[in-house]
Design a protein around this ligand. Structure first.
Ligand code: HEM
Length: 274
């Protein structure tokens, strides 16, 4: 099953096809790579600031600093990254409109973009400003942002375990590895390693090249990986630490705000592959 803008707005095709003639596309198209570099640099600014700010809400990273101090220092870089990625995205998007019009990955990306803006400006930044406390308004924005993010993840699975989804699972696995300590980290990493080995054996030794069997097997491993990672993260939530501000929901806001942008980036990279 595929979902794309053509299915949602079928009558828009003539407008989409004509975008290549609309200013500034004739100027952008020959310099596509230059603007795409701008797109990636904006992503680095957005992602870098978002990761540092939200690792602090999770209770790791720059723990000697208060969340509000980190917000004060990085909010400008974060917003500049977001404005840059949307502006360069619109420019390269107009130069590549037909591909986006038929792309399921672009739907994932736009759902993640909306979810990312809502989680970042409605929940994560207000929580950092309040030293981790989550207001009622932030809880409402959090719920709305999560709905967009979960919708993006569902669309990512419409064709089985999309390669992009493995990026999100890997990012979540690394986040939890960073957060766990001592024996729990050894157990967590050990189980992940055993699962990875089992998956590699299935792919390369037991069913080499047999995609009809491997697709459902990989989908199954995706679910098992996600369950182990989310399970360990939930266990960690209940373990408060001396540097924590706020409660378990503060940490969940931190995780979700990082992973929603990873989902957007994975959707962006997947556009070229689909
Ligand atoms: C209005 C919003 C956006 C539009 C119209 C847009 C459009 C595009 C287009 C046309 C491409 C090139 C696809 C290709 O290679 O053919 C692209 C690539 C990409 N986009 Fe976006 N984008 C937008 C927002 C975002 C956001 C919010 C993120 C990340 C959170 C993102 C991350 C990426 C990434 C990682 C690539 C691949 C870059 C590469 O490997 O060279 N984009 N985008």
């Amino acid at each position: 099953m595929t979902i794309n803008l053509e299915q949602i707005f079928p009558a828009a095709r003539p407008w989409v096809e004509n975008l290549v003639n609309v200013w500034p596309t004739p100027y952008v198209k020959p310099r596509f790579a230059f603007w795409e570099v701008g797109h990636v640099l904006s992503l680095i600014m957005l992602a870098g600031a978002t990761i540092v700010m939200n690792l602090r809400l999770i209770g790791v990273g720059l723990t000697q600093e208060r969340p509000s101090e980190i917000l004060r220092n990085l909010r400008g870089i974060q917003t500049a990254g977001l404005v840059g990625i949307v502006l360069t995205g619109l420019l390269i998007g107009m130069a590549n409109a037909e591909r986006l019009y038929d792309s399921t990955a672009f739907i994932v990306k736009m759902l993640a973009l909306f979810g990312g803006v809502i989680l970042t400006y409605g929940a994560s930044r207000p929580a950092a400003a309040a030293e981790g406390r989550i207001s009622t308004a932030a809880k409402a924005w959090f719920a709305l942002g999560m709905a967009f993010w979960l919708a993006a993840l569902v669309v990512f699975t419409t064709n089985g375990l999309a390669p992009g989804l493995l990026h999100v699972i890997t990012a979540a696995a690394l986040l939890v590895l960073f957060v766990t300590r001592g024996r729990s980290r050894i157990v967590y990493a050990g189980v992940l390693a055993i699962l990875l080995l089992a998956q590699e054996l299935a792919i390369h030794l037991i069913y080499p090249g047999d995609l009809t069997r491997l697709d459902p097997i990989n989908f199954g491993f995706g679910i098992i990986f996600a369950a182990w990672i989310v399970g360990t993260a939930l266990l960690q939530l209940s373990r408060a630490d001396r540097v924590d501000e706020g409660g378990p929901l503060t940490k969940i806001v931190g995780y979700a705000t990082i992973l929603v942008w990873v989902t957007g980036a994975a959707g962006g990279r997947w556009i070229a592959f689909a």
